[in-house]
Design a protein around this ligand. Structure first.
Ligand code: NI
Length: 171
């Protein structure tokens, strides 16, 4: 990771069969050591919807599959996205086959609003699948920018959109 972070070391006791299973799993996943695999598992857990507060700013995607022949559905889905245009960064539409469309919406904003948008999409007749995935939490809101960047002489002047974790698997 680009940031210089303090590392805390701690010992964890595992039953032998469990750690053997874990080692086999992380090798299959391409990890070089247990520490990075364990850190990724913790990060993933902390991004679970149940671990996040509705007032947090997050980034992620809404993925949906729908039948565009259902009357008014494409128009309704477009209206919902226009109403949420401040939270939508980008959008990709794929015509899967004669009937079905796959749409991936990149979102960034208040989690409560994004959950609401996802729910509104999910309940439309003709939407076969809709999932909100959160891949990033904006830490500025909860940490008040407690850590500085070595390369930044003016850490207090970060803009709102400054990302801290450009590459979370690089540490
Ligand atoms: Ni389509």
């Amino acid at each position: 990771m680009a940031d210089k972070e303090d590392l805390t070391r701690f010992g964890v006791a595992f039953p032998t069969p469990l750690i053997e299973q874990f080692d086999q799993y992380i090798e299959e996943q391409g990890y070089k050591n247990r520490s990075e695999a364990f850190r990724d598992l913790v990060r993933k857990t902390l991004l679970q919807p149940s671990a996040l507060q509705s007032d947090q700013d997050v980034a992620g995607t809404i993925v949906m599959v729908y039948d565009h022949h259902i009357s008014d559905l494409p128009i309704r889905l477009m209206e919902l996205q226009h109403e949420a245009h401040h939270d939508i960064i980008s959008n990709m539409h794929v015509h899967l086959n004669h009937d079905q469309c796959l749409e991936v919406i990149a979102v960034r904003g208040n989690l409560g609003r994004l959950r609401h948008l996802h729910q509104q999409i999910q309940v439309q007749k003709g939407v076969l699948y809709a999932e909100l995935s959160v891949t990033y939490v904006d830490e500025l809101n909860k940490l008040a920018h407690a850590h500085n960047h070595g390369q930044d002489p003016n850490p207090g002047q970060h803009g709102h959109n400054h990302n801290h974790h450009h590459n979370r698997s690089a540490d």
